[in-house]
Design a protein around this ligand. Structure first.
Ligand code: KG4
Ligand code: ZN
Length: 388
């Protein structure tokens, strides 16, 4: 089953074609990071406009990558045709036009999937409206997907285009313990089957990715903070600044707002300023060494905290697999720490499948399609807040 999946919940316009939830035929991610960098974070209005601009070209690219027309239809032999410029154009002689090609590509698609929420309202609207229209016009079943479940199912993908970090060799085995660490969510989840996922603990305030992004802003590093802090941290001393381990009543719960504030206080102290000094001017007072030391200290504490609760849940629940998902799951120091603490082998998705992408949406939609009927396109509305 080939699913064409669309993800536009935040600042990435992404389309993928995924077969049976495990193989990626194509994945296109148009990131708006460079646009939002200037503002130090995602500007919702700009994100929505950018989705509109690139949505259709991204769909075309995903189709062309998945089904290059030189592969032709299996029932017809392809032939080599010389174009007017003399360059060799390998094309099925029966696919004469661009329209023919698209028609043939769409014949390969069995269903459409789209992120329905949670996410930014304007961004979600573009993806959902596109998916609804395509489902109706192309007469394909439509599966709306929960973004967080998408992050989980990135771990079910075992093959596709080659990336710097490899695919897991096998799919996770139930019961599964999942640590979700993204810009909007931080939670531990437990799944007994594809149809039974529950949240066992979540952050009471900020998400860890959000904390990384805000701390990066304070110490003058670019957005997205998780990436720039991990690069700076390589040259810093993780023990230089002592930060407190957050305390929450909930056994598997998290809190990052206190840790973020402790970092801010520590920066103020180091700069000889108090809370009345504008925080956006603090970065100008820090030396390069102080920036890398703050990065290393914050990253080390955040990772130690994330992993300690995951280990606690692992010891109590004894799952067969542990997985991590969400943008911060791309962090190699986090992966190292998990692998050190968890006694079973933890397999990780390629980094590109951790940050927002449509392949994970296609993977989740496939498993959803095994137990649920498709949704009437007219009934699919966006769900900017969609509790699990
Ligand atoms: O899942 P995601 O792409 O978007 C949301 O659904 O929120 O996560 C974005 C978050 C950002 O906060 C970013 O700083 C963080 O993921 N991030 C990373 C890395 N790449 C992205 N954090 C640590 N290491 C990375 N390599
Ligand atoms: Zn996400």
């Amino acid at each position: 089953m080939n699913i064409l999946a669309i993800e536009t919940s935040c600042d990435e316009t992404s389309v993928a074609i995924v077969e049976d939830g495990r193989h990626v035929h194509s994945l296109v991610v148009n990131s708006q990071i460079d646009i939002h960098k200037a503002y130090g974070g995602v500007v919702p209005e700009i994100a929505a406009r950018s989705h509109i601009e690139v949505m259709l070209p991204v769909i075309d690219q995903a189709l062309d990558k998945a089904f290059p027309y030189r592969h032709s239809r299996p029932d017809r032999e392809s032939s080599h045709i010389l174009s007017a410029e003399g360059t060799q154009n390998i094309m099925d002689p029966l696919i004469k036009s661009e329209d023919d090609k698209r028609k043939w590509q769409w014949e390969q698609i069995d269903a459409i999937a789209v992120t329905q929420g949670p996410g930014l309202l304007g961004s979600l609207l573009i993806g959902v409206l596109t998916a609804r229209t395509l489902a109706k016009m192309k007469d394909k079943p439509l599966y709306p997907v929960h973004h967080i479940l998408g992050h989980i199912y990135a771990n079910w993908i075992t093959s596709g285009p080659e990336y710097k970090t490899p695919y897991p060799k096998t799919t996770p085995e139930f019961p599964v313990l999942a640590l979700i660490v993204s810009g909007g969510h931080t939670q531990l989840m437990y799944g007994e089957s594809h149809t039974s996922w529950r949240v066992i603990g979540r952050t009471q305030d900020d998400a860890v990715g959000e904390a990384f992004d805000k701390v990066a802003k304070v110490i003058g590093l670019p957005y997205p903070g998780g990436v720039s802090i991990s690069i700076a941290a390589k040259n810093g001393d993780p023990n230089k600044y002592a930060l407190p381990t957050p305390k929450v009543d909930d056994k598997y719960g998290y809190s990052f707002s206190g840790l973020k504030t402790a970092l801010l206080r520590s920066v103020q102290k180091e700069c000889g300023k108090d809370h009345t000094f504008p925080s956006f001017e603090l970065a100008n007072l820090l030396s390069k060494q102080q920036v890398v030391d703050f990065s290393a200290s914050f990253q080390a504490k955040a990772i130690e905290y994330l992993v300690s609760k995951t280990k606690l849940a692992y010891d109590d629940l004894k799952p067969k697999s542990v997985i991590i998902g969400g943008g911060v799951a791309a962090s190699l120091p986090l992966r190292d720490a998990i692998s050190r603490e968890i006694p079973i082998e933890v397999q990780y998705a390629p980094q590109i499948l951790c940050t927002d992408n449509a392949a994970m949406i296609g993977a989740q939609a496939y498993y959803l399609s095994q137990s649920e009927k498709p949704t009437d396109p007219n009934q699919v509305e966006v769900k900017p807040s969609w509790p699990l």
